[in-house]
Design a protein around this ligand. Structure first.
Ligand code: ASP
Ligand code: MG
Length: 408
């Protein structure tokens, strides 16, 4: 018997019918002789609807109680799925994050899992039951309910797989795998059979629709993750160690494997900082305290010795970021603050780019040949990211996809 963890996203659980479809898929896996832990997201857009409700009773809902509210979405889907399974004759039990032993820190709205106390789940599994766990939620030492961050029920699934030693963690949604680029932008995008953790972590961090923290956890605990569709039987994409991919090394090494694109980006510029300005620490400390992660950071020194700092944040964090920049404006001696939300990130990723010259040049040429201005650039060993005008994102992704011959 092997233990499999599955996760079904909100788009796979929109209606009672969808829930029955998922229940039937689980029944099939169970009949093949597997033990199963199933993690779920909230039905459809439930989490957005709950957030809307909170915003109707308060401008800034307090984080602790907001987490109690948001956690209810996954309680609805996990209980309904267990009901549907029992109706099919599958012995199933629904568990909240708390009951499933998902322990977290107390950062409400973006809590991190500290441990999984798996006794209850192990007991249920050994009794032959399918365990359905509410994703996206956990509990603090003080028994306060937390949530892990938007789109984070993947993290619950990978944590379950890691702590119970499952053979695979299968992530099901309405897309059937990881593509060379977003298929909505590039019709010739190709599904990858497999991809290494490092590459997937970069793709997820720069726009592919998976929680980067789930990839990180998979990598740290060697959990093989399969991304596939709820709506067909296609094979999906396997995410695992590079050395397990069984690919011809030479082939991987010369390739950009995928292009990520992200429009949840905004740019903030702090201008006219005095010469000898040494207080950037103050600004970025304040942003970090507010749990805002800053990505691209560029500092320029102008003619009069004054300098400017430009950085990007998630577009959804822009107003919070501007509040903070305005608070420290005086003490860091800034003259002017500018911001823009009309920007996007386009990223190429490939383990083969390490120490291989020419990829950056080729990328910049492909983008500028489209008449697109590159505002800022950042890189890691296996990634190059350009910030461009959001309205040209599709053109940039298409051009890069063909330049790096990803349709093949
Ligand atoms: N339901 C949560 C959200 O929409 C978590 C998830 O879908 O992964 O953010
Ligand atoms: Mg959701």
């Amino acid at each position: 018997m092997s233990l499999i963890v599955q996760k079904y996203g909100g788009s796979s659980l929109k209606t009672p019918n969808d829930i029955q479809r998922v229940a039937n898929r689980i029944l099939k896996k169970k009949n093949e002789g597997n033990d199963l832990i199933v993690t779920v997201s909230a039905m459809g857009d439930t989490t957005d609807d709950l957030l809307d409700l909170a915003n109707q009773v308060a401008d800034r809902p307090n984080p602790r109680d907001l987490d109690v509210l948001l956690s209810t979405g996954e309680l609805v889907s996990c209980s309904l799925l267990a009901i549907a399974l029992n109706n099919l004759g599958v012995d199933a039990v629904s568990l909240s994050g708390f009951q499933a032993g998902v322990m977290t820190d107390d950062t409400h709205g973006r809590a991190r899992i500290t441990n999984v106390v798996s006794d209850r789940i192990e007991k249920e599994i050994s009794n032959g039951r399918v365990v359905v766990v509410a994703g996206f939620q956990g509990i603090t030492e003080n028994f306060d309910i937390t949530t892990l961050g938007r789109q984070s029920s993947d993290i619950t699934a990978v944590a379950m797989a890691a702590s119970l030693g499952a053979s695979f963690c299968e992530i099901y949604s309405d897309v059937d795998g990881i593509y060379t680029a977003d298929p909505r932008l590039v019709t010739t995008a190709v599904k990858l059979d497999n991809i290494g953790y490092d590459e997937m972590l970069e793709l997820a961090s720069y726009g592919a629709k998976m929680a980067p923290r789930s990839i990180e956890m998979g990598m740290n605990h060697q959990v093989r993750i399969v991304v596939a569709s709820t709506f067909n039987e296609n094979k999906g994409t396997l995410i695992t160690k590079e050395s397990e991919l069984g690919n011809n090394i030479g082939e991987i090494q010369n390739k950009v494997r995928g292009i990520a694109s992200d429009t949840n980006v905004a740019k903030v510029s702090v201008l006219g900082l005095e010469p000898g300005f040494t207080t950037s620490a103050e600004l970025f400390e304040k942003l970090a305290q507010a749990d805002i992660s800053v990505d691209v950071i560029v500092q320029n020194t102008g003619g009069a010795g004054k300098s400017d700092i430009t950085f990007t944040v998630k577009r959804t964090d822009l107003y919070k970021s501007l509040d903070i920049v305005n608070q420290v404006k005086e003490s860091i001696g800034a003259e002017k603050i500018l911001s823009s939300s009309n920007v996007a990130k386009v990223t190429i990723v490939g383990a083969g780019m390490q120490d291989a010259p020419g990829y950056a040049a080729k990328m910049f040429r492909a983008i500028s040949d489209q008449g697109i201005n590159i505002e800022t650039i950042t890189t890691s060993e296996i990634r190059i990211t350009c910030i461009i005008d959001e309205s040209r994102l599709k053109d940039a992704v298409k051009a890069l996809h063909s330049t790096f011959e990803l349709e093949k």
